[in-house]
Design a protein around this ligand. Structure first.
Ligand SMILES: Nc1ncnc2c1ncn2[C@@H]1O[C@H](COP(=O)(O)OP(=O)(O)OP(=O)(O)O)[C@@H](O)[C@H]1O
Ligand SMILES: [Mg+2]
Length: 521
């Protein structure tokens, strides 16, 4: 009909100039709209509805999530159809983000309805002094549609845009590695966030992770099931979280596995350093500041949980330093309080169990340790750590993955010998990988050379292990012999003293006997 705006031209003809003399918002809308329709059809304006989504919603300091979602949706789904786009460097200064330019329009179709999106901005009145510098220009998106589609747009289309937009944002976001180690912000005043972060760029994937294929499959299955079971967790009344315990000797790929999980799930990683936390309150604060879709990692939990003692010593040391010569104002130190405020096992357990049910969004928590048996059973019981994953020494299956990754070799005449040696020798994947990747420019990555080198290294390791074992056995034997000898000597001495004691007064004898017992102990 004649009432329908000629969108291809009408939207793009709109001049930014008309924005200059601004009155109240309603008036602005009219100024923008008049040229499109022409005075002849002015009355038909009442057939059209508009919805404005402005950058700042109810909370002025925060950009409206709906606005961001619309922005992401439009740049992803519709931007190609717009004529004027703007490009900006993304937050991580890596990818370029293209979005619709201000005062530009674009059309979209939804269930047979045609809609017109339009990006614009509104300057504040000249006599208003902005409290929020840089935010004095308010941008907004406005969608226009025929009145008869009102319900469809409000009930279906906008939720659809929100959902799509969120997905695009997650797809485009730079994933981050958070840590509480760099305690530049540890001061109680002016600290913005307890976490500092860097872009998470670890390249590890499950394809490059060397481990037993069945076990790997199992882990991937578990992660996928977890990701898809939001409703299930809600139904059974559990927080949407999952705990993994990764245990195994050094260099078997525990940290690599965490990176692979993060890449697989597209999650952020929070690396929690318990030794940098002073008390349970701080721990809780850190926890509350984590966002959904994240992996919270506590590495070497066996060391961390025990470290309260060390921390106290550190504090004592700094106290000592203060007392000799440092004339800074001193804080009162209460040693008893010191004990009461450290991170405790129960604090950690609370942290894992209860608290995070308060903050929605899926979370995974991972502990790593070299010594599973050292951990308090309460910490790793099922339900807290839902799955215990053992990372073990490199066997043939794992080796094949490494050979393919590092040398592009899937079969080789030396594989047989290597298989044999790997069954007999404990070598970590890290050490195997080291042998497959000689870091020398002259030596090209020749599979023959590398595999032969690995065989040498394995033989050496086997020999070393045998020597170490022999030494260990010898030591044990020596220790046993020494113990037996000492016992014998003590007994002889006791017998001798008893003999002599017959001549002494009874009082003296008791004293002597007691002494002899002490020596024996
Ligand atoms: N299973 C594996 N698959 C592929 N690469 C591995 C594997 N295990 C170790 N590596 C290699 O060895 C290096 C060290 O591994 P990683 O840091 O993951 O070991 P870790 O188990 O976390 O050791 P630690 O107990 O000392 O923290 C990694 O950078 C990786 O290149
Ligand atoms: Mg590690």
């Amino acid at each position: 009909s004649g009432a329908e705006p000629n969108r291809a031209t009408a939207f793009q003809q709109e001049k930014p100039k008309t924005q200059k003399s601004r009155g109240p918002a309603m008036e602005v809308a009219m100024v923008e709209w008049w040229p499109w329709f022409g005075s002849a059809v002015a009355s038909t304006i009442f057939l059209w509805s508009m919805i404005t989504i402005s950058e700042n919603g109810a909370q002025r300091w925060k950009r409206s999530e709906l606005f961001l979602a619309v922005e992401a949706y439009l740049s992803d789904a519709c931007a190609r159809r717009a004529r004027r786009l703007k490009a900006e460097l993304g937050k991580d200064s890596k990818n370029i983000q293209v979005s619709i330019d201000d005062h530009e329009g674009v059309t979209d179709d939804f269930s047979g309805a045609t809609l017109w999106w339009h990006a614009s901005k509104q300057r504040p009145k000249a006599n208003v002094i902005s409290l929020y510098p840089g935010e004095d220009e308010k941008r907004f998106y406005r969608v226009t549609f025929h009145k008869r589609h009102h319900d469809l747009i409000v009930d279906s289309y906008l939720p659809f845009v929100l959902g799509e937009g969120r997905t695009v944002i997650i797809k485009n976001r730079q994933r981050r590695l958070f840590t509480n180690k760099a305690s530049g912000s540890s001061s109680p005043y002016g600290a913005k966030s307890a976490w500092s972060h860097v872009p998470f760029e670890h390249p590890a994937t499950f394809d490059t992770l060397a481990m037993n294929p069945k076990q790997k499959e199992d882990v991937i299955d578990d992660l996928m099931a977890f990701q898809e079971s939001k409703e299930y967790y809600a139904k059974v009344g559990k927080a949407w979280k999952r705990g993994y315990l990764l245990y195994g000797p050094p260099g078997t790929g525990k940290s690599t596995m965490i990176a692979a999980m993060a890449n697989f799930l597209d999650y952020d990683v929070y690396d929690l350093e318990l030794t940098a936390i002073n008390n349970n309150t701080e721990l809780r604060k850190l926890f509350i500041e984590t966002t959904g879709k994240s992996i919270i990692v506590i590495e070497d939990i066996d060391c961390s949980a025990d470290l309260t003692g060390k921390r106290r010593k550190d504090k004592k040391a700094s106290r000592d330093k203060d007392s000799d010569g440092n004339d800074k104002p001193k804080l009162p130190i209460e040693p008893e309080k010191d004990d009461a405020t450290k991170v405790t096992l129960s604090g950690l357990l609370n942290f894992i169990d209860g608290l995070w049910s308060a903050c929605g969004g899926e979370r995974i928590i991972i502990f790593t340790t070299n010594y599973k048996e050292k951990l308090d059973p309460a910490l790793i019981r099922r339900g807290r750590m839902d799955k215990h994953i053992e990372m073990s020494y490199c066997r043939f299956e794992s080796f094949k993955v490494l050979a393919k990754n590092y040398l592009d070799v899937v079969g080789h005449e030396l594989f047989g010998e290597i298989q044999q040696l790997l069954e007999e020798t404990d070598m970590s994947p890290a050490d195997v990988a080291e042998n497959l990747m000689p870091m020398s420019k002259k030596k090209k990555r020749d599979p023959d050379v590398c595999l032969a080198g690995l065989i040498e290294a394995l033989k050496q390791a086997k020999e070393d292990a045998a020597v170490a074992k022999a030494k260990e056995e010898e030591k044990a034997k020596e220790a046993e012999a020494k113990k037996a000898k000492e016992k014998e000597e003590a007994e002889v001495k006791k017998a001798k003293e008893k003999e002599e004691g017959k001549d002494k007064t009874s009082e003296e004898a008791i004293g002597d006997n007691m002494q002899a017992d002490k020596i024996q102990e």
